[in-house]
Ligand binder design. Sequence first.
Ligand code: NAP
Length: 350
Amino acid sequence: MSTAEHAAASPLILGTMGWGVPVDDGEGPHSAGPGAGADVALARARGALRAGLEAGITVLDTADIYGGGLSESTTGALLAELDPAERGRLRVQTKAGIVLPGQDPAGGGATRYDSSPAHVRRALEGSLSRLGAGAVETLIIHRPDVLTPVEDTVRAFLDAREAGLVRRLGVSNLGTGRLLSFQRALGRLAADGTGLACAQLELGLHHRTLVEAEVLANHGAAPATAGAADLGRVCAEEGIELQAWGPLGQGRFTPGSDGSVPTDPAEAAALASAGGPAAVVAKVAQELGAGREAVVLAWLLKLPWGVRPVVGSQDPARLAACAAAPEVAAAMDAAQWHRLWTAARGENLP
Ligand SMILES: NC(=O)c1ccc[n+]([C@@H]2O[C@H](COP(=O)([O-])OP(=O)(O)OC[C@H]3O[C@@H](n4cnc5c(N)ncnc54)[C@H](OP(=O)(O)O)[C@@H]3O)[C@@H](O)[C@H]2O)c1
C-alpha cells in the first residue's frame, strides 16, 4: 500500500463474518415466511455497511468460508448497490486456506488447512466470483498449512497478482517465525520488493496474549504463545499492519450496551458499580465521556503497534460508538489503560 493509501486507510476495519447469515431468533430463521431469514440478514448487513461508511470505514474483511460463502456474496451484492464513488473508497480483503468439512471437494470429514498453489488460486477465484469483483485488495492466508512450503504459497500469490486478481498478501493466526518466512520469501521473489500487507490475529481485552507475552517474559504468569510472543512489535518494525480480530471480545465487556454514552449519572454509576471488567470499562467510559465500545477498542489503539481492529458488529449504534475509538484512545491515560488491563486479567500485574 502506498503512503497516500495508508493515510486514507480508516483506523477500523469492518468485519463481515456474519453478513447474510440468517439469525435464528428462537422461532426459526424463517419464521416470517420462506426467504425472510435471508432478507432480514441482507437488510442487517446493509445497515452495518451504511453505518460503517458513515463511520469512515474503508476496508471490509471477509473470507471464503464465512457463512459458507454468504459473507462474500452479501458483500458483493451490497457493494453493487453503492454509487461508484462510495464503492471506489472501499477495499476488500478476503481469506483462503481453511477447508471446512462441508465445503471440501476432497470429501474429508474434518477441517483442514490448505495453502497449496492450486487451492489458493481456486479459492481466490471463488471469492472474486461471489464478490462480483475482478480483484481484491488483499488475500490473507487464513491459517498456516504446515504441509505447503511458504515459498509455494508466495509464488501462488505472485501469480495471482500478475493476473491482476489481487494486490497484496496478508497472513493470519500464525507465529512470528512463520510471519518472517512469508516476509522474506516475498522479499526474495517479488521483483518490486513488496512486503506483507497485514497479519490478522485475535487480540483484545479478552485475548491479551501478544501484550502479556511481551510484558511477562520469564514470569510464571506468562501466557502460552505458540511462537507469537513478539509478533506485535515485529509487525511494527517490519511495516506489517497488525489487525485485531475479535476486538470487542464479542460484547463481553459491554453487556446491554446500545452504543450510547450514558448521560444519566445514575445509569453510569450503576453500570460502573456492577463489578468485574465490564464495570471498569463502564467507569473509564464515564470518566472519558465515551461509549463503552470505544473504550474497549481504544485499549487496542493505544498499543504502539498501529493495531487496526476488525470490528464484527452489525449493529449501527454499536458501530457508530466504535468510530469514536481513536479520539478516546488519545484521551485515555496510561493509568486508565492499566486499570482496564488489570480488570480483564482479573489480578494485579506482578
Ligand atoms: N482471521 C481470523 O481467523 C478471524 C476469526 C474470526 C473473525 N475474524 C474477523 O474479525 C471480525 C470480528 O470478529 P468477531 O465478530 O469475533 O469480533 P467482535 O467485533 O469482537 O464481536 C462482534 C460480535 O459481538 C457482538 N457484540 C458486540 N458487542 C455486543 C454487545 N454489547 N452485546 C451483544 N453482542 C455484542 C456483535 O453482535 P452485534 O452485531 O449485535 O453488535 C457481533 O456478533 C469478523 O467479522 C471477521 O471479519 C477473523
